[in-house]
Design a protein around this ligand. Sequence first.
Ligand code: LLP
Length: 422
Amino acid sequence: MTETDTCISRYFPYRDGSLYADGVDLKTLAETYGTPTYIYSQRSILDAYQGYEKGLDGIPHLIAFAVKANGNIALLNLLARQGAGADLTSGGEMFLAEKGGIPANRMIFSGVGKSEMEIRQAIDTGILMLNVESAAELRAISEIAKSMGKTAPIAIRVNPNIDPKTHPKITTGLKNNKFGVPWEQAEPLYEEAAGLPNLTVRGIAAHIGSSLADTTPLLHTLERLLALYEILKGNGIAITHLDIGGGLGIRYDQESPDTPEAFAAKVKEMVGSAPLTLVAEPGRSIIGNAGILLCKVTYVKQNDEHSFAVVDAGMNDLARPAIYNAYHRIDPVTLSDDKQEPVDIVGPICESSDVFGKKRLLPPCKAGDLLAIGSAGAYGFAMASYYNGRVRPAEVLVNGSEHRLIRERETYEDLLRHQVLD
Ligand code: LLP
């Protein structure tokens, strides 16, 4: 093994045979906080965020972090301090973004099923725009705003019917997906919106899918949004915000998507001098490779020809491999020269899909060894559950040689919260 081969990213380097998170040895973090624990690199988050900033420098823009990717308020606060906004999918995420210090006028609210309560919450707090996903929702927002004596700022999320070429469970911009307003219905719906009371038509939005290794479909979408912007301008509807959604992928294995900076620079070039604020809603590309899930081998076992390393993290902690068959690299925290052997890395949960990696080549594992599951910062903790009566893991933020707990490990008491015995 060479050191560069085995690093998850440059923010998680090997030093003297030990895996580090930035300037801190993961062994120290395991001793301090226990396992399983999500570990995040602050520098990695900030560099990705700043990549978007640099690429879009010179045009008005807002980088609205997709809170669904990771809703830890310490991380939201870190981003808030850089000027980030938030892309929200529920009232609960709005609450988290507020707690993280993101101002309401940098928040966008997408989602096909916003409830009346959530719409009221959004209007009340003064968010930048509600991204409307249907005619029925548009009419409901107008009614609600009217009843509140307020004006609701809206964008219409159009469904451009563009194939993002990603996992079928995370495409959102194909015409058979539930998301957005069909392309052909967008123009008449804008006309209707312009005539409805208590609405301010502010933007055009799209989000075609997540984890795109090739950005061509995203740029193609932007092209269509710009064309719609011109049409609406011709119809006397002045759009001020163009929201291209999220979707930029990261390297999980061998993929080589654009960096945030390279992608954003292409976006900037296409937007040119149009008098618009460009909005992006990245989640994964900011936080995905900034996090790992640190876990410990509990047992090693052999069934017939098959070797298993059972670790103390499970699919309740990181669901992506079980749900999407997603690949996450797995690296030993301590390097060894022993011959690598294929081993399945599995969790303790009573499901055969509780597998983090099959036939991974690793030096022979033994109980107590630490493993790092890579690219776990996005949709990791965010999708964690209490399944099998397991409490959710701790989260730790590393900055240089400093580290701090940003979420305590839950306890059994958390399993009881809100339960009613009689
Ligand atoms: N904006 C909207 C409206 C979205 O629905 C999403 C993600 C994003 C932005 C952020 O997309 P990103 O930049 O992270 O690709 N649980 C799945 C991912 C589901 C993504 C849902 N929407 C996974 O673990 O891969």
